[in-house]
Ligand binder design. Structure first.
Ligand code: SF4
Length: 433
């Protein structure tokens, strides 16, 4: 008897079956169903027993693996967002889109976006993420080895000195699997040039074990979003009844006692969470006084700030809470200055207005811009887009978001004429002509 053990494949993280249909969990948060059309196959957990002549059994094995590859390429679904997931690997470039891959903006930071999709549904989400998104139709996942290979190329281009890999994106970065391996590989590359790895998170996926592993992997900083301490307000802002602020505060304290620098990032939604925003600032300052972390950022030679206060802005395809007032940055900074002054009067020196310099961010060599705005070019359509009316094309080692399309499915595989509308930071947007 021949057998095929599916647990030997890193991406297959769980196996179930319903009669002759395999239900494969892929990288923890995705799922795909694969019908096994061979009568000779018996499914026993992750082991497939093949009762056939050895030569036929080998052919069946290859057939099953091909079926699994095909299903992952075409029918992968997110268990979190319930959307289709497109698995990104060679030869799709990783520069050009904001939903996946790598972004560099002429600085020493490289944004690493291994996937998109979020477990929360924040009422203010700038990228309309979560299960109830009205605009997103597909999610993307980037193969770990491919992501690292491309990351290395950008680091080599920029020069491996004081580079920061920042895990962020259209979704919750900590849902990426295998996250610890990703952080470890990035940290190993960056530490050769005294660089760091940092990550944004809503904190919901983190637990003590994962924080321990991330610490071990070399994560330098976690930027943790906390927008309210009040339970009701926190649930309302996150768009989820099961959001537990006590759990996030517990996680904050655990990080604060680790070798990962904790930065708390509250977001002000004027006229909605004004009081709670201030309470989060007070909480962070209090925690910082109680637990002094002494983690030095090699990019600055100093400790990172404890707070990264942010103002909620409105984006074209984002969500905007009805009651929210729109503030400009002057008004926001005036408020933060007032809070800084109030703290100073109490003898506490706190910096609420931070600048890129506080994190060691500085200008560095930019990747070349292969497209000019206004240019008309031919592009091959290779993938469905992130939002309705969008497909993705490939050209000159970039992904191009082609917007305002009708009949997206009819465009797949075709070469189309596109006018480039945007090339800033190598995020390329074009429209069909
Ligand atoms: S956690 Fe971030 S990505 Fe997720 S819904 Fe909230 S704002 Fe959007």
């Amino acid at each position: 008897m021949t057998y095929l053990d599916l647990s030997q494949y890193r991406m297959i993280t769980d196996v179930k079956n319903k009669d002759n249909t395999l239900i494969l969990e892929i990288n923890k948060i995705y799922e795909v169903e694969v019908e096994i059309p061979y009568e000779e196959v018996e499914i026993d957990g992750s082991i497939l027993l093949i009762n056939a002549h050895p030569k036929r059994a080998e052919n069946i094995k290859v057939g099953i693996l091909n079926l699994i590859s095909y299903s992952i390429a075409n029918n992968l679904k997110s268990k979190i967002t319930k959307r289709r997931v497109i698995y990104i690997n060679e030869p799709i470039p990783l520069i050009g889109h904001t939903a996946f891959g790598l972004i560099e903006r002429g600085r020493n930071i490289i944004q690493v976006r291994g996937h998109c999709g979020c477990n929360l549904n924040c009422i203010f989400c700038s990228v309309d993420e979560g299960e109830f998104s009205k605009t997103r139709k597909n999610d993307y996942y980037v193969d770990l080895d491919y992501l690292i290979e491309n990351y290395k190329k950008i680091v080599d281009f920029k020069g491996n000195k004081f580079i920061e890999a920042h895990l962020d994106g259209q979704g919750e970065p900590s849902l990426y699997y295998p996250l610890v391996d990703l952080v470890q590989e990035l940290a190993e590359i960056n530490k050769k040039g005294k660089g760091i790895v940092s990550m944004q998170t809503n904190g919901t996926v983190l637990d003590y074990k994962l924080i321990d592993e991330l610490e071990e992997a070399g994560l330098h900083r976690i930027n943790l979003s906390i927008n309210a301490l009040d339970e009701k307000m926190a649930k309302m802002l996150s768009g989820r009844k099961d959001y537990k602020i006590e759990k996030i505060l517990d996680i904050a304290e655990y990080i604060k006692n680790s070798k990962i620098h904790l930065l708390i990032a509250p977001l002000l939604l004027p006229n909605i969470n004004d009081e709670e925003f201030k309470r989060v600032i007070d909480y962070a300052i209090d925690l910082d006084l109680k637990v002094k972390q002494n983690i030095i950022n090699p990019l600055t030679g100093k400790r990172d700030p404890i707070l990264g206060c942010q103002l909620c802005r409105v984006y074209q395809l984002g969500r905007r809470p009805k009651k929210m007032k729109i503030w400009d940055f002057n008004k926001f900074y005036d408020l933060l200055r007032r809070y800084e002054f109030e703290y100073k009067k109490k003898g506490i020196d706190v910096k609420l207005i931070t600048s890129p310099k506080d994190f060691g961010t500085h200008k560095r060599k930019r990747l070349p811009y292969p497209f000019k705005v206004g240019e008309i070019t031919k592009v091959k359509v290779v993938l469905d887009g992130r939002v309705k009316g969008e497909v993705l094309g490939v050209g000159r080692d970039r992904v191009i978001q082609i917007i305002n399309c009708n009949n997206e499915q009819n465009l797949m595989g075709k070469v189309v004429k596109v006018r480039i509308l945007r090339n800033k930071d190598n995020i390329i947007v074009g429209e069909l002509i």
